[in-house]
Ligand binder design. Sequence first.
Ligand SMILES: *Cc1c(COP(=O)(O)O)cnc(C)c1O
Length: 230
Amino acid sequence: MTTIAHKLHSVHGRIAAACAAAQRDVNEVTLLPVSKTFGPEAVREAFAAGETAFGENYIQEAVEKQALLADLPLQWHCIGPIQSNKTRLVAQHFAWAHTVDRLKIAQRLSEQRPPELPPLQVCIQVNIDGAASKAGVAPAEALALARELMRLPRLVLRGLMTIPEPAADFAAQLAVHRKARALFDELRAAGVPLDTLSMGMTDDLEAAIHAGSTMVRVGTAIFGARPAKG
Ligand SMILES: *Cc1c(COP(=O)(O)O)cnc(C)c1O
C-alpha cells in the first residue's frame, strides 16, 4: 500500500470508530479528501485507493490540477472562498461549492452554470462560532439565504458548511459542532430540504461526527502536512 492509501485506511477507521461511538450508521458520513497544495499524483494515489471526490480551496490551482486528471472520473468540491471574479470558474469546473455565503455569489454561480452540466450542488457556509472577520453568514441569517438559494434554477441547495476556530479539546469542539447541527435541524424543520452537514477536519472529525456531521473534509491526515503559507 502507498502511504496515501495507508493513511486513507486509517482515516476511514477513525470515521467508523466515531460513528460506532456515536451510534450512527457509518454510511451517513462521507469522507471528502482535501487535496489542496498537493499535486495530481497524490490525487491519483487516493483515486487508486478508492476515492473519487476531492475538495480544493484555491480555485486556480484546482482548475489546473483538474486538467491534469481529466482522464479520471472525479467529482470536485470547492471548499475555499469564492470571490465574484472566480464564480465562473467555480460554475464551470466544480460539482459542489461548500462556501456560498452571499446571495450575489449564488446568483452568479446559477447564471454561469453551463447548461450541459447538472445543477451545482451548494452548501451555505455559516460562521457558527461568530469569529470576527470570518467567512460565512451569521446563523440567524442562514434561513433567509437558504430560501433565496432555493429559487435559483441552476443550484441545488444541499446543506450547511462550517469551519470553526480550532478548539482546545473534544468538549469544546463538540459544543460548537452541536450549534451547527441544531441550525441544520432548525432549517430542515422550517422546510429547507438539506441532507449535508459539511463539518469536521483532521483535528476534530470525531467531535463533528458525534454532533451529526454528514461530510468530513480531511486533508492533513491523508496527504500529510501542507507547507506553511507564506
Ligand atoms: C484545508 C481545509 C480542510 C482540511 O483540513 P485538515 O486540517 O488538513 O484536515 C478542510 N476544510 C477546509 C475548508 C479547508 O480549507
